[in-house]
Design a protein around this ligand. Sequence first.
Ligand code: ADP
Length: 417
Amino acid sequence: MGLFSRKNDTPSAPIITGNTQIQQPNVAEQNLNELVVQSVHEGVVIIGSDGNIRLVNPAAVNMFGRNEEEIIGFNYETTIRLLDKNGNQVSDEHNPIGYSLKSGEYGETREFDLVTLDSNKVTPVSIIIVPTSEEQRNLVVTFRDITQELKEEQERNDFISTASHEMRTPVASIEGYLGLAMNPSTATIDERAMDYLTKAHEASQHLGHLFQDLLDTTKLDDGQAKTRMEPVELVELVKQLADGQIPNITAKGLGYQFGTGNIEQTLGGARQIGQLIYASVDKSLLHEIIDNLIENAIKYTQEGWVTVSVKADDRNAQIIVKDTGIGMPREELGHIFQKFYRIDNRDTREIGGTGLGLYLVKQKVEAMNGRIWAESEVGKGSSFIVSFPRISQDVYKKQRFVLDNQASQNFQNPNAA
Ligand code: ADP
């Protein structure tokens, strides 16, 4: 369950309360620590393992909109009212504080708004939760107003989005004219000019991809991209989408294989014709994901195979795109899904790219409640595994029936939608 963007890697904060296990601050230090807590702009509370509030600083008193006497000793739920991004009060299960108390997981989240109780003001906050110590399981919870931060992020996103949108058009025109100049039926040029134009054409294509990727990134970052989830039979759908890449795979001289099977079975070999695996996905996002993973497999493979397979166990369905290419060092696997991250070594330097592809793939997978990770060995090849919760045939049929009926009703009565 992923309530936190950063889990368990936040250091504990023994200094604020001091305890017997960890070095006890002396009186002067303790006063100083308290002074710091009292004077910071962030709201800070200490919550006991029973859920009752032990300490609150003035900033938190202001943010919660209750007097200190109405806060100390009371359960956190009576004073700290959180809303999700749809404006709904968060359930016990999704409350990050309750979650930390139960699970012992800590971290930071920006998924919630805080309600100031005396004015009903709603403020977007970053909530950082750290334990006071392993033994005590008290929590130090810090609330930071991120209104300004979100506004600046939005402005930055808007700028990138407008700029890339505006720049796509002239770049497409440059690409078009270069294409005409290179086409022997529309222009006559010598060999050297052809060489220059080919390079310019490649660069303009690269620029076009970059702008498109930037545009997609801003859309996904500010949640503009809405998913249209529908129940699908994954084996047939993935095969159909992956088959669309066969011309690109064979153009590079690589072999192509498609297979299905159980997750435990070794990759590539399993071929279980007729297996049906159901999941809920957004078809057009899945199309983009598969295209991107196969394009990478082709790009980073000089010889051998690209294998696509769909596998499942009782709970999950997996789509695996495997290649026999240059592979990736193990220590890079945690970074490749970051924005603009490219592995820089002798093998990759000649291969063009923006470093945005896998970032976008991950955003899209997660927008569909899926997970993605990579396994790889340098010189042997890579596998990218996309996993979605599996749904039963029964659920598939019911959801499909409802969806198809809605569609046919809307079709008969176009004003209904
Ligand atoms: P790029 O535009 O650079 O391909 P991506 O975000 O798609 O950006 O990938 C990030 C990095 O991960 C790439 O620069 C490359 O080093 C590595 N990578 C991605 N796919 C593969 C693959 N199939 N085989 C080897 N390396 C890969």
